[in-house]
Design a protein around this ligand. Structure first.
Ligand code: SF4
Ligand code: SF4
Length: 184
């Protein structure tokens, strides 16, 4: 994966555009309304990640998909910056689910390039092994108890494992390559 770079507007060459890309993405769950984006910029104005990233703008992601700039998008680590807060989804006047579009793009990166950030692999492995994305130490459980809070529910690890297997995610976790830093 390439690192994210400072965004410098460039002339787009016709050969960089894949006209079928937007149709492929729009068929995926969560990305169906992508073509309704009219570039108002509300999503970018509200996106917490856009405030500190030079490149990451949900509006830009939508436009790049519409233009079919597939390789440029899929090779940019900035895709992994989205925190999935859904602010863009809540505020879009066209009900475009940009967070869903980003998820679809990430899935393509994992499936076709076999790569994901290390932290994602670690979170998924934690979920598989403990039922929680972050491992929760016994001292945390004890502190909850001391404060009169109920014990956290015991996850059903067998069910989680079955879901991972059925979704093909166990195999992906075994084979995926990772990279450590996602630059903004
Ligand atoms: S808020 Fe919606 S319509 Fe406006 S730029 Fe973002 S995705 Fe497009
Ligand atoms: S879901 Fe992602 S793209 Fe949308 S506002 Fe949050 S960080 Fe930005």
């Amino acid at each position: 994966m390439s690192e994210t770079q400072e965004y410098v507007p460039t002339v787009i060459k016709a050969e960089e555009m894949d006209p079928k890309f937007k149709y492929r993405i729009s068929k995926k769950h969560g990305a169906e309304r992508l073509m309704l984006c009219f570039q108002c910029g509300t999503c970018t104005a509200d996106c917490p990640i856009s405030r500190f990233s030079d490149f990451y703008r949900p509006r830009r992601i939508a436009r790049m998909v519409q233009l079919g700039l597939k390789d440029m998008l899929l090779s940019n680590d900035a895709l992994w910056l989205c925190s999935t807060c859904f602010t863009c989804v809540d505020h879009c006047p066209q009900n475009v689910e940009i967070a869903g579009v980003v998820r679809v793009l990430r899935n393509i990166v994992v499936q076709e390039k076999g790569v994901m950030p290390l932290v994602y692999k670690e979170l998924a492995s934690n979920l598989l092994e403990t039922g929680y994305v972050y491992s929760i130490s016994e001292s945390r459980h004890k502190r909850r108890e001391m404060q009169g809070l109920p014990r956290l529910p015991k996850p059903n690890l067998e069910h989680i494992s079955k879901i991972f297997e059925a979704a093909g995610f166990s195999k992906i976790l075994e084979n995926v390559s990772t990279f450590e830093k996602v630059k903004s």
